[in-house]
Ligand binder design. Structure first.
Ligand code: AMP
Ligand code: MG
Length: 491
């Protein structure tokens, strides 16, 4: 079949504007073909919303694209160069096991990156094999789609294929490739790369590209680069607040894992917190808790400072002035973040208007949740439903006192109890991808090739605010506490 025919039938409409950047930003490269691709996960809803043909994509020619065995017309596969601070240490990185196939233009004119993750070695692979294992790719699929369901900006997962090949980690694993969709894969680390290894004109080309692609309204403003910085700060202040509000822990908030678009990216050792404790860490490599739940806002601020540094030559000719401009913008982060968090917490408690003491009320609840080791999601779920389990938190006098304050607070607003309940239902997920549920789904898929548990999980996570009958069992806590739960980088 000709490429053109496949393209028309599958609906791919590819361009690659990134390839028009200076060549130091990428390496042209084709994926390394795999022996026997098999489609094991496919996101029909996402495919149709992108204007792709759901049926055709699942045929051999369609699957070959997800496997990297076929390059659709219009594609210009490339590996992106980037750098990053990993756990605070600056390193040269880049797509070591991923390739940008191209940018798909949707029927609505949106431009999204189509990236294959696990597609083979690249000039940036360092010692790695360029491949990915099935478990971690399915894990990214589940959690990214759960985040989407929660209304949190994120990269999406279109498909997972197994490759028919084995990858070697600590043990032999099934090889797989994830097709990831993102508004772009440009990271703080991309700017760090430009700042360190490219000249100012190349850095400017990157910044101009980002402005045009992500912030077209800013492009014409005076000092557009300062606006770019402010937009990225805004986006992260909003994103991190959303993470905190659902108890999401990214686990590896290196600067190369922070997008300029404000989408959550790179689901490696991430997980959702069960018991409320700001010190919660799941990642096996995060020994010192750098990326603990409670540290995420300050780490984001640190990463943004690294971003601001890269922009200094563009902000002002005079370095002192440039630093002053950057610092002024960075100092807005904490306030923006706190505003977003407070507003989200008000929603979680069914509060519509603003009162001075709201912060105190919210902190009061979080403090007793921490003291009584309450489950984060279920506490808010039960407050929403006013259906309280017999737990140490709900039995405590502190909670009784807090509950009185909260009810009084709700009485002081015009909206009815029903209004509050509706707001709470839309703000407090009835389900999150609990670690044991994710593990159970992955185990069945990877060990037995049974995708039923995963598909059911994906289905309940697609609308976490439904409060449906079938979601009930997903709020059951694991038998043993998952405090000791450990996640691993998806390499
Ligand atoms: P990540 O932990 O996925 O954010 O990856 C950090 C860096 O390591 C990125 O530059 C990746 O491209 C690279 N990397 C991760 N796994 C592999 C692998 N199996 N082969 C080559 N490079 C990899
Ligand atoms: Mg990464």
């Amino acid at each position: 079949m000709t490429e053109m025919k496949v393209m028309i039938e599958t609906g791919w409409n590819l361009d690659n504007s990134y390839a028009r950047l200076p060549e130091s930003f990428f390496a042209d490269l084709k994926p390394t073909p795999v022996s026997s691709p098999k489609l094991v996960a496919f996101n029909e809803n996402l495919a149709s919303s992108l204007g792709l043909n759901v049926k055709e994509l699942q045929k051999v020619e369609g699957v070959d694209v997800f496997a990297g065995n076929r390059i659709p017309g219009g594609a210009r596969p490339l590996a992106q160069a980037y750098a990053g601070h990993q756990f605070g240490h600056f390193t040269m990185l880049g797509d070591g096991r991923a390739l940008l196939i191209g940018e798909h233009i949707t029927p609505l004119g949106e431009r999204v990156d189509i990236q294959l993750k696990g597609s083979g070695r690249t000039p940036y692979s360092r010692g790695g094999d360029g491949r990915a294992a099935l478990g971690p790719m399915l894990r990214e699929y589940i959690i990214s789609e759960a985040m989407y369901g929660l209304g949190i900006p994120t990269t999406r997962s279109l498909a997972v294929v197994t490759t028919g090949e084995t990858v070697y980690r600590e043990t032999e694993q099934i090889g797989a490739i994830l097709t990831r969709v993102a508004s772009s894969h440009i990271r703080v680390g991309t700017f760090q790369y430009a700042s360190k290894w490219c000249d100012t004109e190349e850095l400017r080309a990157l910044a101009d590209y980002v402005l045009k692609r992500h912030f077209p309204d800013v492009n014409s403003k005076e000092n557009a680069y300062l606006h770019l910085l402010q937009e990225v700060i805004n986006g992260q202040a909003s994103l991190i607040a959303k993470w905190q509000l659902v108890g999401f822990i990214h686990g590896v908030m290196n600067t190369d894992n922070m997008t300029i678009s404000g989408e959550t990216i790179d689901y490696g050792p991430c997980a959702f917190m069960d018991t409320y404790d700001p010190k919660t860490v799941f990642s096996s490599i995060d020994i010192r808790g750098r990326y603990a739940y409670g540290n995420q806002p300050s780490i984001a601020e640190w990463n943004l400072a690294r971003f601001a540094e890269t922009l200094l030559p563009l902000l002002h000719q005079d370095r002192e002035q440039a630093i002053k401009l950057a610092q002024d913008s960075l100092s807005d982060f904490a306030e923006l973040y706190n505003k977003n968090l407070l507003s989200g917490m008000r929603d979680k408690l069914g509060i519509f208007n603003e009162e001075e003491q709201d912060k105190h009320l919210i902190e009061g609840l979080l403090n007793i949740m921490e003291k009584y080791k309450a489950d984060y999601t279920n506490t808010f779920r039960q407050l929403t439903l006013e259906d309280f389990e017999d737990t140490p938190l709900f039995r405590s006098d502190e909670f009784t006192r807090w509950y009185e304050l909260w009810r009084d607070r709700l009485d002081r607003q015009q909206e009815t109890k029903e209004d509050s309940k509706r707001l709470m239902k839309n703000s407090n997920p009835a389900v999150i991808p609990r670690n044991y549920r994710v593990e159970e789904a992955l185990e069945a898929a990877v060990k037995a090739g049974d995708y039923n548990i995963m598909n059911k999980l994906l289905s309940v996570l697609s609308n976490p605010f439904a409060y449906s009958e079938e979601q009930k069992e997903y709020s059951i806590l694991p038998k043993e506490s998952t405090c000791g739960y450990r996640t691993f980088c998806g390499t």
